[in-house]
Unconditional design. Structure first.
Lengths: 118, 113
């Protein structure tokens, strides 16, 4: 069964450093998402991406965050200057659109990247 | 904005018993309600979903019910097995949104053999 893959599984970074989290969505999916989960808390939406542009973003997704689809298979999340509070599990997800209203299409998640800011 | 409340936060059942997890949502424009199972060290795995045009959906031992008037939906697991032990999340997505899922806080289900 096709799956979303994320690398690395664990990233340790010094505060103030830039970090890039990588995702390979399911190959025929058109919609891509990033979520984060701070330890012990709920999963929170960060951003959705379609047709090479951001569709929607949350208040969490400030100017320090950016997303990119550099080629036909990868989808990345960059944090420019990391803060301690960025420590969390980051999940990538993708969904199929097929021309339907994509607010109600199943999203498939990767296993996440644990980001630890020191 | 949308807010999803989930209860209980922990649930312990004996193997073979049923488990029920309940969620409420606030935005009447929400029209898609998925349930995810998260095992330790893994990402959320979609187990079942329901759209607002139906009241109930079943897939083997798992069923979901939706009451649009009361704005609540529930996950029912029958004949529970130890491998059902995990954290379960409900979520809601609003019509016209860009797929933004709003999650509940999760329920840690423990099935005792």
């Amino acid at each position: 069964e096709p799956e979303v893959t994320q690398t690395p599984s664990h990233q340790v970074t010094q505060m103030g450093q830039e970090v890039i989290l990588r995702c390979v969505p399911i190959s025929n999916h058109l919609y891509f998402y990033w979520y984060r989960q701070i330890l012990g808390q709920k999963v929170e939406f960060l951003v959705s991406f379609y047709n090479n542009e951001i569709s929607e973003k949350s208040e969490i997704f400030d100017d320090q965050f950016s997303v990119e689809r550099p080629d036909g298979s990868n989808f990345t999340l960059k944090i420019r200057s990391t803060k301690l509070e960025d420590s969390a599990m980051y999940f990538c997800a993708s969904s199929d659109g097929g021309g339907r209203e994509y607010s109600n299409q199943p999203q498939h998640f990767g296993d996440g990247t644990r980001l630890s800011i020191l | 904005g949308e807010n999803v409340e989930q209860h209980p936060s922990t649930l312990s059942v004996q193997e073979g018993d049923s488990a029920v997890i309940k969620c409420t949502y606030s935005d009447s424009a929400s029209n898609y309600f998925p349930w995810y199972k998260q095992e330790l060290g893994k990402g959320p795995q979609l187990i079942i979903d329901i759209r607002s045009n139906v009241g109930e959906k079943k897939d083997q031992r798992i069923a979901v019910t939706l009451n649009k008037t009361a704005k609540h939906f529930s996950l029912h697991i029958t004949e529970t097995q130890p491998e059902d032990s995990a954290v379960y999340f409900c979520a809601a997505s609003r019509r016209g949104s860009q797929g933004n899922l709003i999650f509940g806080k999760g329920t840690k289900l423990s099935v005792k053999p």
